[in-house]
Design a protein around this ligand. Structure first.
Ligand code: ADP
Length: 355
């Protein structure tokens, strides 16, 4: 991988990690770690060779139904996401490289007190690229990517959330290197509230047990990325569990410019530089997701202008023009309020990591 944040060449030790067989949770699967980096139990499994039908020791006490669910619903497809797909956020990208990417790729350089914490908290308003960053980390580090929202643990798997958490971490261990992305992590870390159900309380407890277990194991290559739009709800104990907290802010002017250019790249448009600048001026306070919505709305302009869509030819579609953006700007408003933004800026000042 050629890497702007690294002066050498990074060899991804897991090269074809993402083409790994779908299940692969059985003993004897071809491990993609180098021998030296493999965990002891993987080593053992391999030296015994064979055993496609034998379940990995670490999954012995896990309900196979849970494993199946994790594979179908939480294990995200290994799409390639590059740092160029993420507009702007230069500071955050640099911090992520030092905190996560390099330690995953070059563990031998990050030993002892250089060993990074296993968890990284991404905070910032919704739609600013936290999920995108997590997917990119997994993709670039050749890691398996687990994507789960905390609320789905308490709602979707009613009564089974606790088992699910245990199974999730067990599967993550077998599949390592692994990136576990937990959206809305604040709801799992905040202290219990009065009306909270017993099941929810147990999920939280199990999650903390697993989280702390992850943090103490030096062998496992599991990175936990927690995302939150409500960092102010994290208490001191929660913050201690995520000593590195990275602010993912709204895109600045050049970030917005990059998002618009990227999205318009494959479509005919008639915008000149000045009009691009005007769009950037008029979208101050827009999140990345808002910019995406705006561009999609504008891109619809030429289609709306066609009188008979059924019989129109592709070449009849006129290029997207500035008027389409002017119209889109009347339809799409920024989704993040200045008040919410202030909360993130304050939290960053107090608890955010230095870039
Ligand atoms: P979050 O996890 O912070 O709520 P996401 O990462 O899910 O936000 O972003 C939602 C969508 O907004 C993305 O799929 C992408 O289309 C767009 N987006 C947000 N931030 C960026 C960015 N920095 N660069 C490119 N696209 C972005």
């Amino acid at each position: 991988i050629s890497d702007p944040y690294f002066s050498g060449t990074i060899s991804n030790t897991n090269g074809n990690r993402l083409q790994r067989p779908r299940v692969g949770l059985r003993r004897g699967i071809p491990s993609l770690h180098s021998k030296k980096e493999a965990t002891r139990s993987e080593e053992r499994a391999r030296s015994e060779g064979e055993g496609e039908s034998e379940v990995d020791e670490r999954l012995k006490n896990i309900d196979p139904r849970m494993i199946e669910m994790i594979e179908n619903e939480i294990l995200a497809p290994g799409q390639t996401v590059t740092w160029d797909d993420i507009a702007g956020l230069g500071t955050a990208k640099r911090a992520v490289h030092l905190a996560v990417i390099y330690p995953l790729l070059r563990p031998e350089l990050f030993q002892g007190i250089r060993a990074p914490p296993k968890g990284l908290l991404l905070f910032g308003p919704p739609g600013t690229g936290k999920t995108l960053i997590a997917r990119c980390i997994a993709s670039q580090a050749g890691a398996t990517f687990f994507n789960i929202s905390a609320s789905s643990l308490t709602s979707k798997w009613i009564g089974e959330g606790e088992k699910m958490v245990r199974a999730l971490f067990a599967v993550a261990r077998v599949r390592q290197p692994t990136v576990i992305f937990i959206d809305e992590i604040d709801s799992l870390l905040t202290q219990r509230t009065d009306g909270e159900q017993e099941a929810t309380r147990r999920i939280k407890t199990e999650f903390l047990v697993q989280l702390d277990g992850c943090g103490t194991s030096t062998e496992d290559r599991i990175i936990l990325l927690g995302a939150t739009n409500r960092p102010q709800e994290l208490d001191e104990a929660a913050r201690r569990r995520f000593p590195k907290r990275l602010y993912v802010p709204l895109p600045d002017r050049s970030g917005r410019h990059a998002i618009v250019s990227n999205l318009l790249r494959r479509l005919a448009h008639a915008l000149d530089d000045q009009q691009f600048e005007t769009i950037c001026d008029r979208t101050q306070g827009f999140s990345g997701a808002d910019m995406d919505t705006l561009c999609r709305e504008a891109a619809f302009g030429p289609i709306r202008a066609i009188s008979d869509i059924r019989s129109a030819n592709v070449e009849d579609v006129r290029p997207i023009c500035f008027a389409d953006f002017e119209y889109a700007l009347t339809q799409v408003r920024p989704s993040v309020s200045p008040k919410d933004l202030e909360i993130h800026i304050e939290f960053n000042k107090l608890y955010g990591m230095a870039a």
